[in-house]
Design a protein around this ligand. Structure first.
Ligand code: GLU
Length: 292
């Protein structure tokens, strides 16, 4: 299998310039290192009808090309189930019946990092387990044996983050994001993960899961997000931020790509950008989007 990078959008709506910029960077990282570039549609939740086709169209319009067929996570339930079964057989999972509210209201364990699952269902007595099973469908959590894990990131250096008992399968039976992303990257030969730095805190969990599943940990590069003038992560409500909105203002897809260039990406077509791309000089701070 050829080494690969990837872009993995959730088809919840149109991509905005921040998403497009991350996709272009992921493409540049992959192509400049001789890797394939794959596209995976992460449609396990937040899928909106028609969004996937629009996202693929907009990626192509700014010059992002990909290898092979697009993979959709909803087609891969069996593969995720197999991975969860393997972890379960190794005693590395448990059933959890907590609602979000119960988790928020539970006293956190001493020294537990903020936001970590408090462990309510980790050691249920058999009778209690049986009772809970009769009340609500269970989610499946990892029985984590480490409090934290450290990953290396091309842009952030060493990053240490929490590995709590995170969810592997949601209580609607669907694989959770952290499990699906690790299983898919491994199955697709993805050894380079470039994505927005809002996901940096997830990397230690995912890297830990890689080691439990016996698959290699990919190289990570978490790139800064694009933010609005107030420094808040760019969103659709920030005005004209999708290719569709910007076309109405007279800006072509090439024009948008050039604008992204002015935000720290090498200018010109992606082929030209590729010839001068150097991750070492990428800005480390969020990029501010000026309204068009
Ligand atoms: N599907 C995730 C998102 O759109 C990205 C996941 C990843 O790149 O690991 O935010």
């Amino acid at each position: 299998m050829t080494a690969a990078g990837r872009f993995a959008p959730s088809p919840s709506g149109d991509l905005h310039v921040g998403n497009l910029r991350t996709a272009i960077l992921a493409w540049l990282f992959a192509r400049s290192t001789g890797r394939d570039f794959l596209l995976r549609v992460e449609d396990l939740d937040r899928a909106r009808a028609g969004a996937e086709a629009g996202q693929l169209r907009d990626l192509a319009a700014v010059g992002v090309t990909w290898d092979g067929a697009v993979v959709r996570q909803t087609d891969r339930g069996d593969v995720y189930a197999e991975a969860i079964s393997r972890l379960a057989a190794a005693g590395l999972t448990y059933e959890c019946f907590c609602t979000r509210r119960e988790i928020q209201e539970a006293p956190s364990a001493p020294h537990a990092p903020q936001g970590a699952y408090p462990g309510t269902c980790r050691n249920l007595e058999p009778a209690e387990l049986e009772f809970k099973r009769s009340t609500r469908p269970a989610a499946v959590r990892l029985r984590s044996s480490v409090p934290v894990n450290t990953v290396r990131d091309v842009l952030h250096g060493e990053f240490t983050g929490v590995v709590d008992d995170f969810v592997l399968r949601r209580n609607d039976g669907v694989a959770a994001y952290n499990l699906a992303v690790v299983v898919d990257d491994a199955a697709q030969g993805v050894d380079q993960v470039v994505r927005g730095d809002d996901l940096l805190p997830s990397a230690p969990r995912q890297a830990h899961l890689c080691s439990l599943l016996g698959v290699p940990v990919p190289e990570y590069a978490h790139v800064p997000l694009v933010v609005n003038r107030d420094g808040v992560r760019l969103a659709k409500r920030d005005g004209a931020v999708t290719l569709g909105d910007l076309a109405l203002k007279g800006l072509s897809a090439d024009g948008v790509r050039d604008l992204l260039g002015s935000l720290g990406l090498p200018a010109g077509t992606l082929a030209q950008a590729l010839s001068v791309f150097d991750p070492a000089v990428l800005p480390r701070n969020p990029w501010i989007w000026q309204e068009v």
